[in-house]
Design a protein around this ligand. Structure first.
Ligand code: ATP
Ligand code: MG
Length: 574
């Protein structure tokens, strides 16, 4: 295991870990919100409107930046605009509990629509802009969405004539309203907004009412529609405060798209519940544009994903010297395992540890994290958030000894836990097969101090010569090799060993593949990790198949390798 790194942040919001873990009570966090007095609540009010009753009224809530637009919105602006959008939805007849889907590129309008949807008590369904027709159809069909906000450019991917539940389409941006005799009614966003009042009644809802429907990333199979409720705000608020460590003058940049849960729980709700300033950047990843964004906006807290950090690492350390990144004070990573190598690299080039943390679409908010107030262990996802009980269980639901690999499980009942898999109760129940526990589907170990170490997905574990090997440790070892940018490891059936380990790797910029390098990588893992964990086959590829949220799709590599059907590819990058 890697060495321990002491905390670096001055005066973190979170008190010393052991102290708060012992005394924490979610009931105390609840007292921050209006239902404590009224019994009713609304996420959009708590995240936005509430701040307009204080000096934060004119504080910038949203800095938006892309190749064409550079805009600022105060909390008051977002209150007014989301009121207008709420009035648009009311005018066209959208009711509480209906699903309103948002399918558009990152833009201020997507945030306004999201907040307005929530204000009328409807359930928001954000979709990633790169989805193609089948992916859009699946989600609109599964959710019976009644309204959709999209753009004229994306409309051709919406088969609205075949979606009987879809009654309204609101178009953002210039374009013609399609001329047809279908049952769907079209509206122009800007025209409707111009006509709508800035005053709106908020739909005060119950804490258990639906807030947002997010589809999972599709890394392990067909994406699931995960329903979250307004109650989740308790968790969003407290985790953003302690893990993101947001303070009044921070400029926070979450690079995730709102089509994925990170892009709403921590791109919208968590920061705004804390009254923080959010930076949203449109457009695609490029090392130069990203560093320029940090420099230009003086970003202080930065949340991104391992795939981005690995790509920045592959782009070379020289690049970093071209930019002034001195505003950064806290960096976080989520979504995939963060190789220890990347944490060490971060310390070298940014002078900051990258703080890994773990959660899932289904969990709605962070559950395990490395905190600014706690020493971190590179390669570990950290320790349970206060109020959260984590256990590593065997197949019967019994706790395994510390250090042994088992199923990563959480004591059920945290505030942001999913309330439903949309129209799939059977799937929902599969998460709760051990009474009282939520089964994540991930494998992990826990050390004596309660730090959790990710090993792989349940489906991806490899049985080779009687040993269980988690793909992550093999992949991390491969990434330590100076030639390797990314690695994915699968088990391949073998008559003698049960399975053998096959590794797929992509190389750092400018390097050529060769047989010698493949051999060298096998030896590198054998010597650096263990003989049984060394890949017997190494295939060097130009790239690895990934979800659009940037996760390596091991199941696709496996299907290709074994000549099996690849399953649902709706979330795969081109
Ligand atoms: P699907 O459920 O559709 O197969 P998915 O599990 O990738 O896709 P998400 O809910 O977006 O969908 O991702 C959650 C998963 O991401 C976790 O179960 C875990 O496997 C992985 N993950 C998230 N954070 C981390 C982390 N810090 N370290 C390791 N893995 C992580
Ligand atoms: Mg999952």
């Amino acid at each position: 295991m890697s060495q321990i790194i002491a905390p670096q942040t001055d005066k973190p919001n979170m008190p010393p870990y052991e102290e708060v873990y012992r005394n924490f009570d979610w009931k105390e966090v609840e007292k921050n919100f209006s239902w404590h007095e009224t019994g009713k609540v609304n996420m959009a009010y708590e995240a936005i409107d509430r701040h307009t009753e204080t000096w934060r009224k004119n504080k910038v809530a949203l800095y938006y930046s892309d190749a064409k637009r550079n805009e600022k919105y105060t909390f008051q602006d977002l209150k007014d605009l989301s009121n207008q959008f709420a009035n648009v939805l009311r005018k066209i007849g959208v009711q509480k509990g209906e699903r309103v889907f948002l399918f558009m590129p990152r833009s201020p309008e997507i945030y306004v629509s999201l907040l307005g949807t929530i204000k009328v008590g409807a359930i928001a369904g954000p979709l990633f802009e790169a989805f193609m027709e089948q992916a859009v159809r699946d989600r609109l069909e599964n959710s019976d969405a009644s309204a959709l906000v999209t753009t004229p450019e994306l409309l051709p991917r919406v088969p609205y004539k075949e979606l009987p539940a879809l009654k309204h389409i609101i178009l953002v941006g210039d374009g013609e309203i399609p001329n047809d005799d279908g049952d769907t009614k079209f509206y122009i966003y800007q025209k409707e907004m111009n006509e709508a009042s800035r005053e709106a009644e908020i739909e005060w809802v119950d804490r258990e009412d639906g807030l947002i429907l997010h589809y999972t990333s599709g890394s392990t199979g067909k994406p699931k529609g995960v329903l979250h409720v307004h109650n989740a705000m308790i968790q969003h608020y407290q985790t953003a405060k302690w893990v993101l460590d947001l303070k009044e003058d921070d400029i926070f940049w979450c690079t995730a798209d709102p089509g994925w849960v990170t892009g709403t729980s921590y791109g919208v709700f968590g920061p705004w519940l804390n009254g923080a300033s959010n930076l949203i950047r449109g457009g695609r990843f490029s090392p130069d544009d990203w560093y320029a964004t940090i420099e230009k906006h003086r970003v202080t807290v930065w949340l991104s994903a391992p795939t981005a950090f690995r790509r920045l690492m592959a782009a070379g350390d020289e690049k970093i010297k071209e930019y002034d990144l001195s505003s950064l004070r806290h960096i976080l990573s989520v979504g995939e395992p963060l190789n220890a190598e990347v944490v060490h690299w971060g310390r070298r080039v940014y002078g900051l540890s990258i703080h890994d943390h773990w959660w899932m679409t289904e969990t709605g908010g962070m559950l395990i994290a490395n905190y600014p107030s706690m020493p971190i262990k590179p390669g570990s996802m950290g320790r349970a958030f206060p109020g959260i009980e984590v256990a590593i269980l065997d197949n019967e639901g019994n706790e395994v000894p510390r250090g042994q690999m088992g199923s990563l499980c959480i004591k059920a009942g945290w505030p942001s836990m999913m309330r439903k898999i949309w129209k799939n109760e059977k799937k929902y129940n599969e998460y709760f097969q051990f009474p009282g526990w939520y089964i994540s589907g991930d494998l992990a170990t826990m050390d004596e101090e309660g730090y959790v170490w990710f090993q792989g997905r349940d489906d991806d574990v490899i049985m080779t010569s009687g040993e269980r090997v988690g793909p992550f440790e093999v992949e991390s070892k491969l990434v330590e090799h100076p030639a390797v940018a990314e690695a994915a490891v699968i088990g391949k059936p073998d008559p003698v060993r049960g399975e053998i380990i096959k590794a797929f790797v992509s190389l750092r910029e400018g390097l050529e593949k060769s047989e010698e390098l493949a051999e060298e990588l096998k030896i590198f893992v054998r010597k650096g990790l263990a003989a049984h964990a060394a890949p017997r086959e190494v295939e060097i590829r130009d790239s690895l198949p990934k979800t659009r949220s940037g996760k390596i799709m091991r199941r696709v590599l496996k299907a290709w390798e074994l000549g099996l059907p690849t399953g649902d590819l709706s979330t795969m990058e081109e």
